[in-house]
Design a protein around this ligand. Structure first.
Ligand code: GDP
Ligand code: MG
Length: 394
């Protein structure tokens, strides 16, 4: 029989970010190894984290590896994403809903372009707490060089609205810790201590109706269809009725007949949990990433809404040119992206990089929306804007 998940410690979602090859996956593997040696995790080897786990659905590639572990005071789910494009997609769509981030910076190279982009992105999607892992510290002999890189990272964080001066910066070597070196193993423990201390337990929205954006869908032979994701708000017990909403005018009504987290059985799932929900009588093809599983009657699919959008500048990774009335970018909500047409209120109206604009949107497909929901506007690989739904119009 499967183990029961014990909610003995607060659960947090964290993830590694940073420039390619700075050691995110190695560090992730090292954390699980160090904690496994203390009975607080199952060691996950590098190859298992880094394998190309792909799921293609409507052109969206999900590329996230999840591991989980405990410290003395918390339970963590940790996401590691293989490529830069995966970060962009998963962070802005909220698939990687993280409460805090481990910014991995190679001490050999210092901050690089993707380091900056991930910091900007973290800011945009509301990640407030960053702990820096100054990795590959084993390969840098010169202490002054390490100090210099640390200073650069702090300045970069401050430049994008984080408290760079206060952010913990821990000098680590994921590689050497993975090899079992005692000195570097202790530095991983320092890093985990810094995360425990610096990333607060977020206040979870428990007093709202249950809602979980669908991140993945799998069918389990003989049992049915399971959807996975991070619970955004509320809680759900086994046996509760739910609806699957979005990407279609029709809403599917069903019942949650099983709940698990990382292979352990849960009697209830609540905001912040990484959950797998078994849906009664639902076929695999009836549910898709980008929909939400929600309490009956609590949310509806919408095509038209009004929003306030901040148009990003080229420095922030956005466009250098304005966009006009009738512009048709992609709108990223939670775990989905849908094309939509922008109404600026008149043919000759335009929105300039740096502007804060109120506009109307008509989506190509209905999405489960509520007022206050955040989204990203993307076009041709650029994040053009960051917005919030202000009014639902249909
Ligand atoms: P990612 O792209 O950020 O996930 O980076 P990887 O974890 O795949 O590591 C990239 C390369 O850097 C690999 O060759 C690793 O062995 C190497 N590497 C990772 N961590 C360290 C470290 O702490 N010290 C040294 N010397 N090399 C490292
Ligand atoms: Mg990697």
């Amino acid at each position: 029989a499967k183990q029961l998940y014990e909610r003995a410690k607060p659960h947090l979602n964290i993830g590694t970010m940073g420039h390619v090859d700075h050691g995110k996956t190695t560090l992730t593997a090292a954390i699980t190894k160090v904690l496994a040696d203390r009975g607080l995790a199952r060691a996950v080897p590098f190859e298992r984290i880094d394998r190309h786990h792909e799921e293609r659905e409507r052109g969206i590639t999900i590329n996230i590896a999840h591991v989980h572990y405990e410290t003395a005071t918390r339970h963590y789910a940790h996401v590691d994403m293989p490529g830069h494009a995966d970060y962009i997609k998963n962070m802005i769509t909220g698939a990687a809903q993280i409460d805090g981030a481990i910014l991995v910076v190679s001490a050999l190279d210092g901050p690089m372009p993707q380091t900056r982009e991930h910091i900007v992105l973290a800011r945009q999607v509301g990640v407030r707490h960053i702990v820096v892992a100054l990795n590959k510290a084993d390969a840098v002999e010169d202490a002054e060089l390490l100090d210099l890189v640390e200073l650069e990272v702090r300045e970069l964080l401050s430049a994008y609205g984080f408290a760079g001066e206060q952010a913990p910066v821990v000098r680590v070597s994921g590689l050497r810790a993975l090899e079992g070196d005692p000195y570097w193993t202790a530095r991983i423990v320092d890093l985990l201590d810094a995360i425990d201390e610096h990333v607060p337990v977020p206040r979870r929205i428990l007093d709202q109706p249950f809602l979980m954006p669908v991140e993945g869908v799998l069918s389990i032979t003989g049992r049915g269809t399971v959807v996975t994701g991070v619970v955004a708000q509320g809680s759900l017990r086994v046996g509760d009725p739910v609806e699957v909403v979005g990407l279609s005018e029709e809403t599917l009504s069903t019942v949650a007949t099983g709940l698990e987290t990382f292979g352990q059985v849960m009697d209830h799932a609540e905001a912040g949990d990484n959950a797998a929900v078994l849906l009664r009588g639902v076929r695999r093809e009836q549910v898709r990433r980008g929909q939400v599983v929600s309490a009956p009657g609590s949310i509806r699919p919408h095509r038209r809404f009004r929003a306030r959008v901040r148009v990003l500048t080229a420095d922030e990774g956005g466009r250098s040119r304005p966009f006009h009335h009738g512009y048709r970018p992609q709108f990223h909500f939670r775990t989905t992206d849908v094309v939509g047409t922008v109404d600026l209120g008149g043919e000759d109206v335009m929105a300039l990089p740096g502007d804060l604009v109120d506009l109307s949107v008509e989506l190509g497909k209905p999405v489960a929306l509520s007022e206050g929901l955040g989204f990203a506007v993307r076009e041709g690989g650029l994040t053009v804007g960051a917005g919030t739904v202000t009014t639902l119009e249909d």
